[in-house]
Ligand binder design. Structure first.
Ligand code: A3P
Length: 344
């Protein structure tokens, strides 16, 4: 490792017995998993290759990060932020897919080399698709080094695994969501994406999630790290439930954060653009590229799915509901983080 590319935290392999069990459930990973640092952030083993590159990536003052725990409304927030920061450029937004406008910093750690080989074989009839595949699978740090400013960056990394100078240099919008809706949505995504290839039931997935045995967990540590910085002038902390309840108000907050002024009509139009029905049919934001490349399992629910707050009730039985209540209560005890829609 280069002397200036150090990573200060310990990365330990997940123990063999647990690895064996997890590999049976997550068929998109073939080697194993790691836990990182004192909070034990959980990742596929390929994180080892990227940890230092991500931690030491040069940050530019014009960078805009949209970060979250997965399935918290990242895509929705990305498009909202991009539109505001780019003075409502509908033409560019519809002609350049969100995946190109926002390199996904750490997606490459989810693409196991065996899967990549398979994807290349399957797309070998088209040069365009192979190029697209290479772009999607390329480490975000490499891609971003060649991206002109201003850069828009998607990441699910917790703050402690991102460059320490980030918030004092660039802007970040973080979005959080009720973990019960997150876990339902993430369960579907883990079935949908061949890079994850989850083959178990929902209850088992919920167990992995709340026990910190799934990518980017522990969930609450992730949120708390961002929440602690919510008053930093370069941090805007949003909740999915707030976007859901009053999107125009959230648009105004984002506009203020980026020092932009819009008329009520412009805000109305943007809210229509950002509606779930529009998103489902908008190829620029609905991860059509993953479908084109065959990375999605046919027959599973789509990347942009229901788009509702509170849908978890259809998935949780009484036992899981109680587990969730206790888990949330236990994890909120040492923080003033509160979900705006919950009765705490
Ligand atoms: P559901 O699976 O509950 O429907 P992320 O972008 O972080 O992966 O989050 C995905 C979640 O946000 C999914 O939740 C998805 O349907 C929802 N979502 C995406 N676009 C949305 C929109 N325009 N309005 C409301 N929800 C949206």
């Amino acid at each position: 490792m280069e002397p200036d590319n150090q990573f200060p935290l310990e990365i330990e392999d997940v123990e063999p017995g647990l690895t064996k069990k997890l590999l049976e459930y997550f068929t998109g990973e073939m080697t194993g998993f790691v836990r990182v640092g004192p909070k034990k952030y959980f990742f596929p083993q390929k994180y080892k290759q990227e940890a230092a590159n991500i931690y030491n990536m040069p940050i530019r003052p014009t960078d805009v990060f949209v970060t979250s725990y997965p399935r918290s409304g990242t895509t929705w927030t990305q498009e909202l932020v991009w539109m505001v920061a780019n003075d409502l450029d509908y033409e560019k937004s519809s002609s350049i897919p969100l995946t190109e406008r926002y390199p996904f910093l750490e997606f490459s750690i989810c693409v196991h080399p065996e899967n990549k080989k398979k994807f290349i074989e399957e797309n070998s009839d088209s040069k365009d698709k192979l190029e697209l595949l290479e772009m999607v699978c390329q480490p975000g740090t490499e891609q971003l080094a060649n991206t002109p400013s201003p850069r828009f960056i998607k990441s699910h990394m917790p703050l402690s695994l991102l460059p320490p100078s980030l918030l004092d240099t660039a802007k970040m919008v973080y979005v959080a969501r009720d973990p019960r809706d997150v876990v339902v949505s993430f369960y579907h995504l883990n079935r949908l994406m061949r890079t994850q290839g989850y083959v178990g039931d929902f209850k088992t997935f919920w167990d992995f999630f709340r026990k910190g045995l799934h990518h980017w967990t522990p969930f609450f540590e992730h949120l708390k790290e961002a929440w602690e910085k919510r008053d930093h002038p370069n941090m805007l902390f949003l909740f999915y439930e707030e976007l859901s309840r009053d999107l125009p108000a959230s648009v105004r907050r984002v506009a203020k954060f980026f020092d932009k002024q819009f008329t009520d009509d412009q805000i109305d139009l943007l809210c229509k653009h950002l509606s779930i029905d529009n998103f489902k049919n908008n190829k620029s934001v609905n991860y059509d590229v993953m479908k084109v490349l065959g990375i999605l399992v046919p027959g599973e629910q789509s990347f942009i799915r229901k788009g509702k707050a509170g849908g978890w009730r259809d998935y949780f039985d009484d036992e899981m509901t109680q587990q969730a209540e206790k888990w949330i209560e236990d994890n909120l005890r040492d923080t003033d983080l509160r979900f705006p829609h919950m009765q705490h």
